[in-house]
Design a protein around this ligand. Structure first.
Ligand code: ADP
Length: 280
């Protein structure tokens, strides 16, 4: 299959329309993220412009032809298992050589390299935290740092489309239901922040079902649908279909009717009227 470009990847607006995502029940509070701008209880304002700029796809991140893909790396930046291994394998040995020259990276931060044989242009290597259940706020600070720093690096490097793997949710053990809110909060904060306009589209790439489920649950809280994104209800669709059918029937009947008289019958004598019909 040909690599997918950013515009091939469905936006949240489209996913709401297709009912692949649905609005959270009314009065659902935001999940208890411990940091970031969205620590309140009310949902952020729905925005079509924002929902168009976030994409969601389940699949292999090495197949995406976006400007930058974000790898879930480790501090050595010398490759590991999971998505890191898949990225190094697909990029080829030159990626390893460039990474070796970087001297590692701190947890909660990221570094950018070329993408070599990958269809993407650049790779951002983000070092997520090993999840610490005894310091959940600390884990969240580091994970949020990965997302924010990766977006900053991408923007500085002129990368306008960025795809994220689900950092730390693999062998680093971060629960997907906690990682997704932190990721979404950081993505929203960046896109609405001072450098947000430097990025056209941020894509969330899920791989395992637990991440698919977590994002399906939390996206509607951080990027709620606007009214026009919402699918119409069955009832509304039914009514619209019935109306369309009735209009079509009415138009068909009208087409069969003789053309309307062009003169007032009072102006015509009996003979005149007949004469007119003959002329037709
Ligand atoms: P970490 O050590 O940060 O937990 P992992 O590579 O173990 O990193 O996992 C990070 C996430 O990447 C996991 O959700 C895993 O399912 C996902 N993943 C693994 N392979 C791929 C791939 N080829 N494309 C996209 N995501 C992947």
């Amino acid at each position: 299959m040909a690599p997918l470009t950013a515009s091939d990847i469905p936006s949240l607006s489209l996913l709401y329309k297709l009912r692949k995502l649905s609005a959270a029940p009314p009065d659902t509070p935001l999940p208890p993220t411990r940091l970031g701008p969205n620590t309140g209880t009310t949902l952020p304002t729905p925005s079509k412009a924002l929902n168009d700029r976030v994409g969601l796809i389940r699949g292999d991140i090495t197949k995406l032809a976006v400007d930058a893909i974000v790898n879930a790396a480790n501090q050595s930046l010398l490759g590991g298992g999971g998505v890191d291994e898949a990225i190094h394998r697909a990029a080829g040995p030159r990626l390893y050589r460039e990474c070796r020259a970087l001297g590692g990276c701190a947890t909660g931060s990221a570094k950018m390299t070329g993408a070599y044989a990958l269809p993407a242009r650049r790779v951002v290597h983000a070092v997520g935290p090993v999840y610490n259940p005894f310091d959940r706020a600390g884990s969240e600070r580091l994970l949020t740092g990965c997302y924010t720093r990766s977006l900053e690096l991408a923007a500085e490097g002129g990368c306008r489309t960025v795809a994220f793997s689900a950092i730390s949710t693999g062998v680093y053990g971060y629960p997907s239901r906690d990682a997704a809110p932190a990721a979404l909060s950081a993505i929203r904060a960046f896109l609405t922040g001072p450098d947000g306009e430097k990025i056209d589209k941020v894509v969330v790439v899920t791989f395992e079902m637990k991440d698919v489920e977590a994002y399906n649950q939390f996206i509607p809280l951080y990027f709620p649908p606007v009214a026009e994104d919402q699918p119409t209800t069955d009832r509304e669709e039914e009514t619209r279909e019935t109306e369309a059918k009735l209009t079509a029937e009415a138009e068909a009947i009208a087409a069969e009717l003789p053309s309307a008289p062009t003169a007032d019958p009072y102006d015509l004598g009996h003979a005149g009227k007949k004469q007119k019909q003959k002329d037709n």
